[in-house]
Ligand binder design. Structure first.
Ligand code: SAM
Length: 274
């Protein structure tokens, strides 16, 4: 019997991937964690049945979540990653040699599973510049004042305990936890399927940060294949100081940085409509 994984994105659309080999399943205190192998996409991590990453396209998500803000911030040293227990975001942030990273992931079981089964991402978590905290990112961030240059929110979708990471109160804590020229970047869902979430984020964030700009990336295995991130800043503009980087990337470069902030009209409409 063939075994297929299916994630529904709406009532009548979704993605199906053939499971070549189930690798790992665990019900942690917070969520169901599954890892399986597909011949085309490699290993895949799902949480509560939703794809978090595949080995074939994770580089697009992680490079684009991290490099635009770390390139724009001219003196970034202190970085906070909220979520991101797989280590992909920390891996990319470490390419900026001067950066130290605090990573706060609520679910220790995600970290442990990724250390075992996704070494190309999780090797970053044993780097001496990375400090791991296993607690709720909203509580952790509330305790920090003017500490970070950049905060990166690498969260699951706004469901259950991750919902708090999409609320105004959390964004206010991030604002206070950032230094006076700090930048916040967050994954912000699909402009095709989650327009209400993006609109809510825009409303909440633009009441707090002077600069709030969404940008787009293609992620073939995420709902609709088109994903968004939001760049929020106290001082810098997203194209300010944009430059070529002196390390290896598979997706990110200066042209991509500039192009990703150009929004199609149907995305601009999300923010302009009442
Ligand atoms: N790339 C992914 C995506 O957008 O689908 C995100 C991957 S990463 C594994 C997301 C992580 O955020 C999960 O491991 C989850 O446990 C963590 N997370 C969710 N809510 C959190 C919270 N309130 N505090 C800290 N970590 C949280």
């Amino acid at each position: 019997m063939e075994n297929w994984f299916t994630e529904l994105h709406t009532k009548d659309t979704g993605i199906s991937i053939k499971v070549a080999k189930p690798i790992y399943t665990k019900f942690s205190k917070y969520q169901r964690i599954d890892i399986f192998q597909n011949k085309t996409l490699g290993r895949i991590l799902t949480l509560d049945g939703l794809i978090q990453l595949t080995e074939s396209d994770e580089f697009i998500y992680h490079e684009m979540l991290v490099h635009p803000s770390l390139v724009v911030h001219p003196t970034c040293e202190e970085v906070l990653v909220v979520g991101g227990g797989d280590g992909g975001t920390a891996r990319e942030a470490l390419k900026h040699n001067q950066c130290r990273i605090d990573l706060v992931e609520i679910d220790e079981a995600v970290i442990k599973a990724c250390i075992k089964f996704f070494p190309t991402l999780s090797l970053s978590l044993s780097d001496e510049r990375v400090k791991l905290f296993t607690e709720d990112g909203t509580k952790f961030t509330k305790k920090k004042k003017s500490k970070y240059d950049v905060i990166i929110v690498d969260s699951t979708d706004p469901i259950g305990f991750a919902k708090e990471l999409f609320r105004a109160q959390f964004y206010k804590s991030c604002y206070s936890a950032l230094k006076e020229n700090g930048i916040l970047v967050a994954q912000s869902e699909s402009p095709i399927l989650h327009r209400g979430i993006m609109k809510g984020m825009y409303k909440n964030l633009s009441a707090i940060f002077p600069t709030v700009q969404f940008y787009l990336v293609p992620i073939p295995t995420y709902p609709s294949g088109l994903w968004s991130f939001v760049f929020c800043s106290k001082k810098y503009q997203p194209l300010e100081f944009a430059r070529e980087v002196n390390f290896t990337t598979k997706y990110y470069n200066l042209e991509i940085h500039k192009a990703s902030f150009a929004l199609p009209n149907f995305v601009k409409d999300i923010f302009n409509s009442d």
